[in-house]
Design a protein around this ligand. Structure first.
Ligand code: NAP
Length: 245
C-alpha cells in the first residue's frame, strides 16, 4: 500500500519512522517547506504545497496513493480540509491524527479565545509585557498593539508585520520548566499567548506561568472537517494503517 503522511509534527515523524520498511507499506511523507532546517522523518520525503484541493487530488492520483494520514499540526486547518476533500473525492481512506489539547489545571489563569484576532483584543487588557508563543505565523494579528511590548518566540523568523515594540527569540523546543520560568522572570512577562497545540514539547511554559500566577490567553483549535475519522496517538494511527493493508 502506498501511504501519504502529511507531516510537520513529531507524530508524523514517529509514524513514518515506524511504518517505513514495514512489509506491505510504501510511505511518503510531505512537508510544507516552511521551516528552514526541518527534522526529517525516515524514508521518502516530498516538500512544498500541492496547489490546493485539485493539486492534491492530482498528486494522490498520479502517485497511486492508497490512503492518507493527515498528521499535520492541529492549527494547520487549510491542509487538513484539503486532505479530507481530496481523499474523499477519490474514495481513499483518510485518517486525522490530533494529539489532545492541553487541560487547565488548578492554579492556572487561562482565558480561552476563538482565534488570534480575539487573542489580540484580550491581551490588550491583561498587561504590558506579552510573551507570544504562537509560532512564526499569525504574529501580524498583534501588529496594531502599540502599548504592549512583545517577546516573540519561534523556530524561524516570524512572517509579516510585527508589533512596533518587540524582541524576536529564535528557539526550538523542547523547553524545561526551569528555563521557561527564568525566561518569564528575566523578561518581566505579564501575560502569555499560546495556541492550544497540546503535546509535551512546549507545555513547560504553561507550568511556568502557573507557578508565577500569570494569565495565559489560549487560542482554541480550528474545527476538523465534518465526519473526520480521528485518533490521538501514533500507536492508534499505526493500528489504523495496519488495518488498511
Ligand atoms: P495550512 O495553513 O493548513 O496550509 C497552508 C498550505 O500550506 C496548504 O494549503 C498547502 O499548500 C501547504 N501545506 C501545509 N502543510 C503541508 C504539508 N504537510 N505538505 C505539503 N503542503 C502543505 O498549514 P500551516 O498552518 O501553514 O502549516 C504548515 C506546516 O507546518 C504543516 O506541515 C504543519 O503540520 C506544520 N506546523 C504548523 C504549525 C501551526 O501552528 N500552524 C505549527 C507547527 C507545525 P497547497 O494548498 O499548495 O497544497
Amino acid at each position: 500500500m502506498k501511504i501519504l503522511i502529511l507531516g510537520g509534527t513529531r507524530e508524523a515523524r514517529e509514524l513514518a519512522d515506524k511504518a517505513t520498511g514495514e512489509r506491505g507499506f510504501d510511505i511518503v511523507s510531505s512537508l510544507a517547506g516552511r521551516v528552514r532546517e526541518p527534522v526529517l522523518p525516515t524514508g521518502a520525503v516530498r516538500v512544498g504545497g500541492f496547489g490546493g484541493v485539485d493539486g492534491l487530488r492530482k498528486w494522490l492520483s498520479d502517485n497511486g496513493i492508497d490512503a492518507v494520514v493527515d498528521a499535520t499540526h492541529p492549527f494547520a486547518g487549510g491542509i487538513t480540509a484539503n486532505a479530507a476533500a481530496a481523499a474523499t473525492s477519490l474514495e481513499l481512506p483518510v485518517l486525522h491524527v490530533r494529539r489532545p489539547g492541553w487541560t487547565e489545571q488548578p492554579g492556572d489563569r487561562w482565558i480561552r479565545v476563538a482565534d488570534l484576532a480575539e487573542a489580540a483584543k484580550t491581551v490588550a487588557g491583561l498587561g504590558e509585557r506579552v510573551f507570544l508563543t504562537i509560532g512564526r505565523q499569525g504574529v501580524g494579528a498583534f501588529a496594531g498593539l502599540r502599548d504592549q511590548w512583545f517577546l516573540v518566540r519561534a523556530i524561524d523568523p516570524p512572517e509579516g508585520e510585527l508589533p512596533p515594540r518587540h524582541e524576536v527569540l529564535l528557539a526550538r523546543g523542547p523547553f524545561t520548566v526551569a528555563d521557561e520560568t527564568a525566561l518569564l522572570t528575566d523578561r518581566r512577562i505579564d501575560v502569555l499567548v499560546t495556541k492550544d497545540s497540546g503535546g509535551a514539547q512546549t507545555e513547560a511554559k504553561l507550568a511556568a506561568a502557573r507557578a508565577l500566577a500569570l494569565p495565559v490567553v489560549v487560542v482554541d483549535r480550528p474545527a476538523l472537517p465534518p465526519g473526520a475519522r480521528t485518533v490521538e496517538t501514533v500507536a492508534a494511527a499505526w493500528e489504523w494503517l495496519r488495518r488498511q493493508r
